[in-house]
Each structure stands twice: as structure tokens, then as C-alpha cells.
Design a protein around this ligand. Structure first.
Ligand code: NAD
Length: 456
């Protein structure tokens, strides 16, 4: 197995030089990153087309534009984020002031998946740079063209003692995880998340896990069905369903099921045309293994719309399955493909109960006009984050920290949350030397009595 200790040592000694902590160095690095992304835009678009058949529209919005706007947001706010935060002082601490310093961890490792292969490697990097860390990126081996452009871009832009990208698969990832790192940021599957957490435990390295799971969508009887159907179709079939926060399945109220399904079918036609298999802009499935796994779900329940596949090119039509129960294979794990099973409910409590029987999801979407229904769902179900009357859109607001809970992940990022994730919050109390309150000392007469007046 390869050994990356010399790279980690090099980065750690660069980190200790203090350069990465300098605000102008961080801003300069973010500006360089922005220019590098802009200069490689064509290469990235081509690579994403080859790896996943991503259209220029999808590739630009979800992989390039989103990063450029994250960099701009970070550059506009970084000066205020890095200031030590002054906090309140309690009566018992008169004479002191309290500060929380944001301190970079040091050498961070970013491991990323294949579904948004550029965005999910670079978005955490923006946080790592902003917070003043060095970084090693291990992009996905399943999207080799994009990962190659990414590695080239990083190599041309940064010294490897500061930021480096290492290409490779599981072995490379395992070797990197064996190193003593200062922070690990992992995006990927639940099972590999467990491996990463175990590796982190060896050195007690703090870790962020951005994982996946089955994200439910509830369509209540009072929802605006046409809009709901369009927003669900968009969130589900963008990137051919290979999105961590894609609606995994829909729970629809029995009374509006037929109408909702009709609207959903129309929305799919509107977005992907009459013959999606011939739509040149429709994303393909990443690998034959995933294509075969997804194809095996097509005989679950009944196909309401879609269901056609093209093995040459690894394409699966946007597909809606009805007559589905929790026992069907399609309901066992995260689908991560363009297949949308529909479950129905009569009482909202049945849907909530169904969700409760499964691990806490990364996202949840609810379509309902009623504030009390919205509140009921938000109060009863734990999930990473989500939307009311939309899908997926929450992840692109820099003001909303993005992440899972428990089995769908821990920690969050985007916007300031990225800066916070890559910063240790160091609490400092500055004490006065002008006077010394005596009660805490054991030799003071009636000290305990006075302490009891304060500490209650
Ligand atoms: P994956 O877990 O198979 O791979 C992710 C990364 O881990 C890759 O770089 C891979 O090389 C590495 N890896 C794989 N096996 C490893 C092992 N045994 N030891 C160490 N490293 C290993 O995930 P994937 O298939 O690339 O991505 C799909 C998954 O990622 C889905 O579950 C999806 O929900 C999740 N995801 C989550 C988010 C999020 O933001 N929460 C975003 C995208 C994808």
C-alpha cells in the first residue's frame, strides 16, 4: 500500500509556518481557485459529459456555477468570520472578557464521491482554505476524466505542501486514512462513512460525514399538485436521480394520488421530452454495476410511467413505480437512480410512522399549504434538512448549513458553516490583573457562603 506520510509531514510543516492563517493568503488562494475553475470550465464540462453525460446546463449549474458563487460569498464574508467572537461575561467572572477564536485544524483530508465529482470535492476545499487549513483531496475513481481535470487544476494552482489532489480508489483512500490527520471531511455512502469514522477514531481525528439514505417526500391532500409534481420531478431526475438529497420515494395522500400521478407524468414529459432515452442531455448511470442494480428494481410493483432502459450508454428513463410496499427491494436502501416509488397514506400519522421505522434521512420534503401540517411534520421527524413545498433547493443557499443527522451524516457545511466546520472553536478567557476576587480561594472566610449566593 502507498504511504502518504511524507506528504502529510510536508503539509504539516507548511501549516506550522503560519502562512495559511494569514487572511490575505486565504483570500488569495480563493481567488486563485476561482480563476483556475474559470480557466478549466471547458475541460470540466467535457469531462463531466464523458463521465456522466451531464448536459452543459446541469454541469454548469450544479458543478461550476454553484462553486463560483460559494467562493464569492466566502470572499465577501471571510474578514468578519475570522474575527474572534466576543462573548458575554457572567457575574461570577467580573473582570474577565471571553472570546471564541476560530483556529484552523491543520492538515485536512477531503474524500469525495462520483455523483457531483467536482463540486463535492471543491465545496469543502473552499471551507478548508477559508478556515486556514492545508488540504489533501481524494476525488472519486468512478469519474476518472473529471478527477483528472481536478487533479491537474489543483497541481497547476497550488503547491502540494498546501493543497494536493491524490487520484486513486479504495486503496489510496485507505492509505490516506491511515495517516495522522487533523481533520477528515468525507462525502459518500453510509457503509464507507462507518469505515472513515473508525479510521478517524484511531487518531481521534475530528470528522464531518456527509452521507446519504432514503429521503422521503410527502405530498399532502392540500398540496398544489401541479407545482409539487414539477418540483419533485426536477429534484428526483436531475443527474438521473444520482443526488444524495434526491427525493427517494413519495408518500402521497390517497385522495389525490391519481391526480398527482397524472401531473407527475406530465412534468416528466415536460422536462425530458417524449423519449428520454433519446434526450442527449439526460445524465447516464455512472457504472454498469449501478445500472444493473437499478434495473433490478424495475419489476417491483407496477410501472406507472417510464421503465425503459438502454444498456449501451447506461441510461434508465425517469420511472415511477406504484403498488409499492416497504417490503419491496427498491425500498430497502437508498435508490440513487431515476426510479421513484410511490407509497400512499390515509392519515399523515401513517407516513410519519413509516419514516420513523427507518434511519434518520438526509432530507425530507413536504408539500402542503397548511402551517399546522408543516409544523406537525417538522416536529415529529428528525432529518438532516429539507424543504417545504420544494425539493433539493435548500442545499444551494449559503445561509443554510447542509448536512445529515446520525446515519445520514454528522456536521454540516456551505457558507459560514463550511468555515466553522474547518475551524476549531478555541475559547479564551482574558482575566484582569487589576483586582482579584477572593471567594474562589479555599482560605477565604465565608467563601463558600458567598459562592453559594452566585452558583445557584
Ligand atoms: P462511496 O462511499 O462508495 O465512495 C466515496 C469515496 O470513498 C470515494 O472517493 C471512494 O474512493 C472512497 N471509498 C470507497 N470505498 C472505500 C473504503 N472501503 N475505504 C475508504 N474509502 C473508500 O460513495 P459513492 O458511491 O461515490 O457516492 C454515493 C453515495 O454518496 C450515496 O450514498 C450518496 O447519498 C452519498 N452522497 C452524499 C452526499 C452528501 O452531501 N451528504 C453527497 C453526494 C453523495
Amino acid at each position: 500500500m502507498e504511504n502518504y506520510s511524507s506528504l502529510v509531514t510536508k503539509q504539516r510543516s507548511f501549516f506550522r509556518s503560519g502562512k495559511t492563517k494569514d487572511i490575505s493568503f486565504r483570500m488569495g488562494a480563493l481567488q486563485k481557485l476561482r480563476i483556475a475553475i474559470q480557466n478549466h470550465e471547458d475541460d470540466l464540462l467535457k469531462a463531466l459529459k464523458m463521465d456522466l453525460n451531464k448536459s452543459e446546463f446541469e454541469a454548469y449549474t450544479t458543478e461550476i456555477g454553484i462553486l463560483l458563487s460559494e467562493i464569492s460569498f466566502t470572499l465577501s464574508n471571510l474578514k468578519s468570520w475570522i474575527k474572534p467572537e466576543k462573548v458575554k461575561t457572567p457575574m461570577t467572572h467580573i473582570g474577565t472578557t471571553g472570546y471564541v477564536y476560530s483556529e484552523p485544524y491543520g492538515v485536512s483530508l477531503i474524500i469525495s464521491p462520483w455523483n457531483y465529482p467536482f463540486q463535492l470535492a471543491i465545496a469543502p476545499l473552499i471551507g478548508a482554505i477559508a478556515a486556514g487549513n492545508c488540504a489533501i483531496i481524494k476525488p472519486s475513481e468512478l469519474t476518472p476524466k473529471t478527477s483528472e481535470v481536478l487533479a491537474k487544476l489543483i497541481k497547476e494552482t497550488f503547491e502540494e505542501e498546501y493543497i494536493s489532489a491524490i487520484l486513486g480508489g479504495v486503496e489510496t483512500s485507505t492509505a490516506l486514512l491511515n495517516e495522522n490527520l487533523d481533520y477528515i471531511f468525507f462525502t459518500g455512502s453510509v457503509s464507507v462513512g462507518q469505515i472513515v469514522m473508525e479510521a478517524a477514531a484511531k487518531h481521534l481525528t475530528p470528522v464531518t460525514l456527509e452521507l446519504g439514505g432514503k429521503s422521503p417526500t410527502i405530498v399532502h391532500e392540500d398540496a398544489k399538485l401541479k407545482l409539487a409534481a414539477k418540483r419533485i420531478a426536477w429534484g428526483k431526475f436531475i443527474n438521473a436521480g444520482q443526488t444524495c438529497v434526491a427525493p427517494d420515494y413519495v408518500y402521497v395522500h390517497q385522495s389525490i394520488k391519481t391526480e398527482f400521478l397524472q401531473e407527475l407524468k406530465m412534468a416528466i414529459h415536460e422536462l425530458y421530452g417524449d423519449i428520454p432515452l433519446q434526450n442527449e442531455d439526460y445524465t447516464r448511470i455512472v457504472s454498469e454495476k449501478h445500472y444493473n442494480r437499478l434495473q433490478s428494481f424495475l419489476n417491483n410493483g407496477s410501472i406507472y410511467t417510464g421503465g425503459k432502459t438502454k444498456s449501451e450508454g447506461l441510461i434508465i428513463e425517469p420511472t415511477v413505480l406504484t403498488d409499492i410496499t416497504w417490503k419491496d427491494p427498491v425500498m430497502q436502501d437508498e435508490i440513487f437512480g431515476p426510479i421513484l416509488p410511490i407509497l400512499e397514506y390515509k392519515e399523515l400519522s401513517e407516513a410519519i410512522e413509516g419514516i420513523h421505522h427507518h434511519p434518520k434521512p438526509l432530507a425530507l420534503y413536504l408539500f402542503s399549504e397548511s402551517a399546522s401540517i408543516q409544523q406537525k411534520v417538522l416536529n415529529s421527524v428528525s432529518f438532516g434538512g429539507g424543504c417545504i413545498n420544494d425539493t433539493v433547493y435548500h442545499l444551494s443557499s449559503p445561509y443554510l448549513p447542509f448536512g445529515g443527522v446520525g446515519p445520514s451524516g454528522s456536521g454540516a457545511y456551505h457558507g459560514k458553516a463550511s468555515f466553522d466546520t474547518f475551524s476549531h472553536k478555541k475559547s479564551i478567557l482574558k482575566q484582569t490583573t487589576l483586582f482579584d476576587i477572593p471567594f474562589r480561594y479555599p482560605n477565604v472566610k465565608d467563601g463558600l457562603k458567598k459562592i453559594k449566593m452566585f452558583l445557584k
